[in-house]
Ligand binder design. Structure first.
Ligand SMILES: [Zn+2]
Length: 408
């Protein structure tokens, strides 16, 4: 198995061995920076303070061209031996926790507990650790490596940072997102989602005296019922859910407004397109149905659909060298690779044809997106070494004696 031996040779090469022992030696320091990062509030849309902290670290580490882009992503580059398209390694800055959430990290036995300690305090601390060991001299890559702390990965952020980055950054040979703890998962399928808000408006009126004018909440409910009845393919797995519905001002009034919010997800962009079409058709059929019942001479309901979220989907083929590299490296550290589907910063490069994966940044974690989120640094440095080997495998090692062709 030549592929296996390539990864093994890379792992055993002098620069990698040296970097692995450096990561092990800095284990405590890396966890301390993870805690420091987590204790800087960074709700989606307000990541600046945490971003400034990361930018400071990028400069201290000696990355080149450290800058904050128009979206507030923090970017720094480590030059490679060749002037070619870079490998992008990114970690998101934002957390799901609203402003004012207590972010102090406390220790509980072997665990560190605090909102965002794993997602994505770990990813950010790991990215800094890798930027430090990929120092451009002892450890020099063939392709440049761009380190990026992104904004707007969670929820309503809608991958804003990654979208801006890949709109403006030019070409990349591969992208690797460090997201949360763990050393087994390899996210190579990007779960795409689109979110819609459907709104109906009409004249409204008294529920007795104006009866017969079209009812905007009835239309919203009809639309929800039609969407609930839509058949969904099991493969590619696709979900469609009405998450919120509302409207009206009083029980004895015909509402002027009725609305619903719809969440649509699939790994297939073609299926997303098709269901977007279905959602439009259902919304229109619901207003037609309600308008068809209205009293003569009353004005019809109008309907509008706004896209309130759009996360592109797709996949990096499981047989792609980048995924194979991640699988082999995971086995090399004695873990069983788990190929997974998720919605991460990697969605954006994947949707643009750039090979990309998202991986955990070492250690164990749980209860993400809750204030009880925890991280346990068991084998943390091994997980960091795994991430490092994947990045180096993708960028290629430039040291003459150990030159390895880039995998992606
Ligand atoms: Zn995350």
């Amino acid at each position: 198995m030549p592929r296996q031996s390539t990864v093994y040779d890379l792992w055993m090469s002098a620069p990698l061995a040296h970097a692995r022992s450096a990561l092990r030696a800095r284990d405590t320091e890396i966890v301390a920076s993870q805690v420091a990062i987590s204790e800087i509030e960074a709700p989606t849309g307000n990541e600046r303070r945490r971003g400034a902290w990361i930018a400071e670290r990028f400069r201290a580490i000696g990355l080149r061209d450290v800058r904050v882009d128009a979206a507030d992503n923090v970017i720094g580059r480590r030059d490679g031996a060749a002037d070619v398209a870079p490998v992008v390694i990114c970690a998101h800055l934002d957390t799901v926790f609203p402003p004012g959430t207590p972010v102090q990290v406390r220790r509980s036995g072997a665990r560190l507990v605090g909102p965002g300690i794993g997602d994505n305090g770990r990813g950010l601390a790991a990215m800094l650790a890798l930027a430090e060991v990929i120092d451009g001299t002892d450890m020099c890559t063939h392709a440049p490596v761009d380190f990026v702390a992104t904004v707007g990965e969670e929820g309503a952020g809608d991958l804003r940072g990654a979208k801006h980055l890949f709109d403006h950054a030019g070409d990349a040979r591969a992208a690797i997102a460090l997201d949360g703890a763990g050393d087994e998962r390899i996210v190579h399928r990007a779960l795409g989602s689109r979110r819609f808000r459907i709104t109906y408006r009409g004249p409204g009126g008294h529920s007795w005296t104006a009866f017969g004018v079209p009812n905007a909440v009835h239309a919203a409910a009809l639309a929800a019922a039609k969407l609930a009845r839509l058949p969904r393919p099991a493969s590619p797995r696709t979900t469609l859910s009405v998450g919120r519905i509302g409207g009206g001002i009083a029980v004895n009034a015909i509402p002027e407004e009725g609305w619903l919010e719809v969440d649509l997800r699939s790994t297939s962009a073609a299926v997303l397109d098709r269901y977007e079409h279905e959602i439009h058709a259902a919304a229109r059929a619901a207003s037609d149905e309600e308008n068809g019942r209205r009293a003569r001479g009353t004005p019809p309901l109008t309907e509008s659909i706004a896209r309130i979220g759009n996360r592109p989907g797709g996949d990096t083929d499981a047989a792609h060298p980048l995924v194979a590299l991640a699988i082999d490296t995971t086995r090399l550290i004695g873990r069983e690779p788990e190929l997974a589907t998720a919605s991460t910063d990697a969605n954006v490069p994947i949707s643009r044809g750039i090979p990309a994966i998202a991986i955990g940044a070492g250690g164990r974690g749980g209860d993400a997106h809750t204030p009880a989120e925890w991280f346990d640094n068991t084998d943390g440095h091994t997980g960091l070494a795994r991430a490092l080997a994947i990045v180096i495998g993708a960028a290629g090692l430039a040291t003459a004696a150990h030159a390895a062709p880039p995998a992606a």
